[in-house]
Design a protein around this ligand. Structure first.
Ligand code: 4AZ
Length: 199
């Protein structure tokens, strides 16, 4: 497959990014997501349709596909889309088939005042990350996947969700992410406090 993927990434070590999931729709993988605890996974709304039966969640992505056991692939019971999600904010996404290779990750910096790059397409609840030169970025296929901040104790916090951008790795067009904190109350309303897992 000709999957477009993270720019400037390096392979993850086994179990390094345990919260990363892959979202499978009718045997294809076009999106990622993050396990946040309990029975909850978070992803980008443009990755899903309100039809849980079309999707499965794949865990343990560091395992070679033949080493995956049945519990690494789980069905989806329900899909909750944020009420303010508006499809017309999105660009048309070309879907790439994910003949899966290895999970890659990259170090990105948070970039402030992203309206200078994207004008009024950049809206509240969005944030930008990468670098201005375009040497690190997320890309198609990464959508819905996690951007985490790691604190001084090594605890990872879900900060952003891969959302959109002007192609990938383009100078002056950093990747745009959903700012998780902006939706925290809504997320908490659905999952409750107890569900949040510490990684
Ligand atoms: C996409 O279409 C997409 N460079 C995801 C991330 C970025 C661009 C496009 C950011 O899913």
């Amino acid at each position: 497959g000709r999957v477009k993927r993270v720019v400037g990434g390096v392979p993850a070590k086994p179990t390094q990014i345990q919260w990363q999931i892959a979202l499978e729709e009718n045997k294809r993988i076009d999106c990622g997501g993050a396990y946040i605890g309990g029975c909850w996974v978070i992803t980008a709304a443009h990755c899903v349709r309100p039809n849980p039966r079309a999707f499965r969640v794949k865990f343990s992505l560091w395992k070679k596909s033949r080493a995956q056991d049945t519990t690494d692939i789980v069905p989806v019971e329900d899909i909750i889309i944020h009420p303010k999600y508006e499809q017309h904010y999105l660009y048309i996404n070309v879907l790439y088939s994910f003949t899966a290779s290895v999970l890659l990750w990259a170090n990105v910096s948070l970039i402030n005042d992203c309206g200078r790059f994207y004008g009024n397409r950049f809206k509240p609840g969005m944030m930008c990350a990468g670098d201005v030169e375009g040497s690190v970025d997320s890309c198609q296929g990464d959508s819905g996947g996690p951007l985490v901040c790691v604190d001084e104790l090594g605890v990872s916090y879900l900060w952003g969700i891969v959302s959109w951008g002007e192609r990938c790795g383009q100078p002056g067009f950093p990747g745009v992410y959903t700012q998780v904190a902006h939706y925290f109350e809504w997320i908490r309303l659905h999952i409750g406090w107890s569900a949040v897992t510490k990684f």
